[in-house]
Every structure is written in structure tokens, then in C-alpha cells.
Design a protein around this ligand. Structure first.
Ligand code: GAR
Length: 212
């Protein structure tokens, strides 16, 4: 059975969704860069090993990433799953886990990389927004896409209502992506492209606002 390690920085709702998804893998540990991350308590309540590598204890990103990698490698994971892990990772770290490092981002990448994605989506007036699970590449919030979910932006949406609609889908697609990875149904090929060894296609078109 494959093993995963989940990295968090805060609330940990995506991590919780993964813990509760009955995935075909062993969740070996949850690691946080903040000792006060709420997700650590959720992980402990699920009986999962936790560890903290405080980024503030390290002089620079290189040293932090080296310490983080050392902690991750104790568990020898097949995949390192970023679930609201809010640190920019060095190229060295990303290369070390090539093909094994997975992230979820709250936008339809390549649109709205970075922070405050929901506020920026509302500001720009997009009518469709969403979330993306992808292999991590050196560029922030970039890399071969595994799965995306799109949601409508509604007329009266606030940042909070839009975030909640996207988050519900994050929890669904992250579990699906990790399930596929653990079942060898998605791989990264030598050209750096995602290969999905499943035949399902979406026949569904989201038109937002709807046609009359
Ligand atoms: C999630 O919305 C996740 O997509 C986002 O942080 C939130 C963490 O929530 N990640 C990023 O913005 C990474 N660039 P959670 O701790 O409840 O899972």
C-alpha cells in the first residue's frame, strides 16, 4: 500500500477530507510549519502521527526546506501532499520530490495563482471559478494538472460565499486525485505531462450565468 505525508499550515480542512475519504493508502504523518496549525489537532484525533518544522526557526528557505525534507523522509512517502501549505518551496525541494509532490490551489489554474484568489476572481468579474489539483513545478502554483472543478460565481457572492463553494469542491477533487495516484491511475510522464489512465470524460458544460 502506498504511503503519503500531508503538509499543512493552518485549518486543515483539505487534510481532514483526505483523512476521512477512506483512501487506498496509509497516511503516515501530517507535518506543519506552524505549531499552532489547527489541523494538527484534527490529525491527532484521527490517530495520525504529527510533526512540526517551524519555518521561523530557520535562517532561510534552503535551510527550512532541508529540515522539512529530512522530517518527510523519515516516513518514506510515495507522495507528499500539500494541503493549505503556505510556504514557497525551493527548486531543490521541488526537484527532490519530482512526480511525488501534489498541491491543491483555490482557482482554475493557470488563472489566479498566488494569494487572495476568491477576491481577485470577484474583482475581475469572472463568471466561472474553481480549484485545481496539480503536480508541483518550480513556478509557484504551476505544474501539470490532475483534476479541476469549476463552480459558478453568483451575483451576490462575497469572498466568503465563493470560498465556501470552491472549498466543498476542493475536498471532493483532492480525495479523487490522491485515490488515482495511489492506484497508479495518474502518472507524470517524461515530458512532464499528466497521464490519466482512466477513461471517464466530463460531458457537462457549465454556462454561467445560465442561458435563457
Ligand atoms: C485551501 O483553500 C487551499 O486550496 C489553499 O489554502 C486553503 C487551505 O485550507 N491553498 C493555497 O492557497 C495554496 N496556494 P485548509 O487548511 O482548510 O485545507
Amino acid at each position: 500500500m502506498k504511503k503519503i505525508v500531508i503538509l499543512i499550515s493552518g485549518r486543515g480542512s483539505n487534510m481532514q477530507a483526505l483523512l476521512e475519504a477512506k483512501l487506498p493508502c496509509r497516511i503516515a504523518a501530517v507535518i506543519s510549519n506552524r505549531v499552532d496549525a489547527q489541523g494538527l489537532d484534527i490529525a491527532k484525533a484521527h490517530g495520525i502521527a504529527t510533526a512540526v518544522v517551524e519555518h521561523r526557526d530557520y535562517a532561510d528557505r534552503e535551510n527550512f526546506d532541508a529540515a522539512l525534507a529530512e522530517t518527510i523522509d523519515i516516513y518514506q512517502p510515495d507522495f507528499v501532499v500539500l494541503a493549505g501549505f503556505m510556504r514557497i518551496l525551493t527548486t531543490k525541494f521541488v526537484k527532490r520530490y519530482h512526480g511525488k509532490l501534489i498541491n491543491i490551489h483555490p482557482s482554475l489554474l493557470p488563472a489566479f495563482g498566488g494569494l487572495n484568489t476568491h477576491a481577485r476572481a470577484l474583482h475581475d468579474g469572472v463568471k466561472i471559478h474553481g480549484c485545481t489539483v496539480h503536480f508541483v513545478a518550480s513556478d509557484l502554483d504551476h505544474g501539470p494538472i490532475i483534476i479541476q472543478a469549476a463552480v459558478p460565481v453568483l451575483r451576490d457572492d462575497t469572498e466568503q460565499t465563493l470560498a465556501a463553494r470552491v472549498l466543498r469542491e476542493e475536498h471532493r477533487i483532492y480525495a479523487q486525485a490522491i485515490r488515482w495516484l495511489c492506484e497508479d491511475k495518474v502518472v507524470l510522464n517524461e515530458q512532464g505531462q499528466t497521464i490519466l489512465l482512466i477513461h471517464r470524460q466530463s460531458g457537462f458544460t457549465l454556462v454561467s450565468p445560465g442561458l435563457e
